[in-house]
Design a protein. Structure first.
Length: 342
């Protein structure tokens, strides 16, 4: 089965072609970082318009790269949510229109499910069940994953997510967008501990997160920060360390609570090298194995949507030649835990 994947949930247009027999054949991505950089964050209307410009040229590029034609595609998977409503509508509209014209199934995919399953594209791939740490944009969650569609929420952020803490703190430090890579780059020349920051909820008796107070602490620290690049680098290093400490502490607690030994880390923050290093070390101490998607699939991409669509369609196995191409909906707010197998 040849599945075309379309991702347009936020500020990246991702297209991919996945074959259930041969694996990922080709993928392409256009990032809107430069477009939104002057605004310090994503402007929804600009994002939607750029998706319209990019989605069809990228689709043609991917088909050429795979040596395939549109007529050979057996199904279309698109991101149906969560995300920006206008951006989602672009991918959903194009995806379902193509499916209807070709007489093939179209399937709306949960954006976070795509991230959750993306480490299965790596070699070696994890086996079910496993614990997943999802750290993507406005989401920070710990899930128990028993299989495709079998998700149990263990803990989530009560306010700001880890990615939002990076972005908002980067803005306070006059760094670029997105904040995660900018903070990590500055932190490389800094020393954590000089400007102590809190580790919110690290010692709580649950697996929930909270990062809004950390952002407020950064704001206070910035106001009292002495001039010079080194002070900013030291604060960036402490911020990164604080976020990583909380993520690692909660994740290892989830492993102990569930008794599972396999951990999957997915989402943009999962590309952070300090997080990977500390998770690997902590997992080794507790006899666990950590699986990451390739770096290129940590951020939003079409490959994870095509792959998730292929898994869903194989699981479903329902004959529906028009799919939902005759009509569609998007869900800007969509709880991952609401998904059920089948």
């Amino acid at each position: 089965m040849l599945v075309l994947g379309i991702e347009t949930s936020c500020d990246e247009t991702g297209i991919a072609l996945y074959d259930t027999g041969r694996g990922l054949l080709a993928h392409a991505l256009h990032s809107q970082v430069a477009l939104h950089a002057d605004y310090g964050g994503v402007v929804p209307e600009l994002a939607s318009r750029d998706h319209i410009r990019r989605v069809l040229p990228l689709t043609r590029e991917v088909l050429r790269g795979a040596g395939a034609t549109l007529a050979e595609v057996n199904a279309v998977a698109y991101t149906a949510g969560p995300g920006l409503a206008g951006a989602l509508l672009v991918g959903a509209g194009v995806g379902t229109s193509l499916a209807y014209a070709l007489g093939i199934p179209a399937i709306g995919i949960h954006h976070l499910e795509g991230h959750l399953l993306s480490p299965l594209l790596a070699d070696p791939a994890p086996q079910f069940p496993f614990v997943a740490l999802l750290v993507s944009g406005g989401h920070t969650q710990l899930m128990r994953v028993g299989g495709v569609g079998d998700y149990t929420l263990l803990g989530e952020t009560l306010d700001d997510a880890a990615g939002e803490a990076f972005d908002k703190s980067a803005k306070l430090l006059d760094l670029g967008y997105p904040g995660g890579p900018a903070i990590a780059a500055l932190a490389a020349s800094g020393h954590a501990g000089k400007y102590p920051l809190p580790r919110p909820m690290l010692r709580s008796d649950n697996l929930d997160f909270s990062f809004s107070g950390l952002k407020t602490a950064v704001l206070t620290a910035v106001r009292d920060l002495p001039p010079g690049t080194q002070a900013r680098a030291d604060l960036a290093a402490e911020l990164q360390a604080a976020i990583v400490d909380v993520l690692v502490g909660k994740t290892i607690a989830a492993m102990e609570q569930t008794g599972l030994t396999r951990l999957v880390v997915a989402g943009g923050v999962g590309a952070n090298r300090l997080l990977r290093m500390q998770l690997d070390a902590a997992a080794q101490r507790c006899g666990c194995t950590v699986f990451y998607p390739p770096f290129e699939f940590c951020t939003d991409n079409g490959a994870m949507i095509a792959f998730a669509g292929a898994l869903r369609l194989q699981q479903d196995k329902k004959e529906n030649p028009r799919g939902n191409g005759a009509g569609f909906t998007v869900r800007p707010r969509w709880d991952l835990a609401s998904l059920v197998a089948g």
